[in-house]
Design a binder for this molecule. Structure first.
Ligand SMILES: [Zn+2]
Length: 123
C-alpha cells in the first residue's frame, strides 16, 4: 500500500513534469521540475512517519493476560514467546514483526501447539 501510494505520487509528478516540459519552458516549468518530485517525497516521508509501525502495533502483554488470550483466540495464530505477544497469522508469517525472531515465534494451529506455547511461557 505504501509503495502503491509512492508510485502513484511519482507517476503524477512525472506526468505534470512532462506537461510542463511540453508547454512552457520558462521559469514556471523549471520550478515545477523540482516542486513536484519534492512534494511527492515530502508526502511519502510524512506517510512513513505517521503510519503505524509493527513495534507499536503489537505491544507486549503480561503473561497472565497472554495465557487468557491464548484460550479465547481461535487458531491459527502465532505467539512470540520472547516479546509475549499474540500475532494474527497474516501479521507474523513465522517471524515476529517486533524482534524479527523466527525461533521465538511459535505457530498455534491446534491443542498440541497451545500446550507447547503455554509451557514456553511458564504457564
Ligand atoms: Zn518477538
Amino acid at each position: 500500500m505504501v509503495l502503491a501510494a509512492a508510485a502513484g505520487l511519482c507517476w503524477y509528478g512525472w506526468t505534470v513534469l512532462d506537461a510542463a516540459r511540453a508547454g512552457d519552458q520558462g521559469a514556471e516549468g523549471a520550478s515545477m521540475k523540482y516542486l513536484v518530485p519534492g512534494l511527492s517525497l515530502a508526502l511519502f516521508g510524512l506517510f512513513l512517519l505517521l503510519a503505524p509501525r509493527p513495534k507499536e502495533r503489537f505491544r507486549p502483554m503480561p503473561t497472565a493476560d497472554l495465557l487468557v488470550a491464548l484460550g479465547s483466540t481461535p487458531p491459527p495464530f502465532y505467539v512470540c514467546v520472547d516479546c509475549r505477544i499474540l500475532l494474527p497469522l497474516e501479521a507474523a508469517m513465522g517471524r515476529c514483526p517486533r524482534c524479527s525472531s523466527a525461533a521465538a515465534c511459535l505457530e498455534v494451529s491446534g491443542p498440541g501447539d497451545l500446550a507447547t506455547v503455554r509451557s514456553a511461557l511458564g504457564g
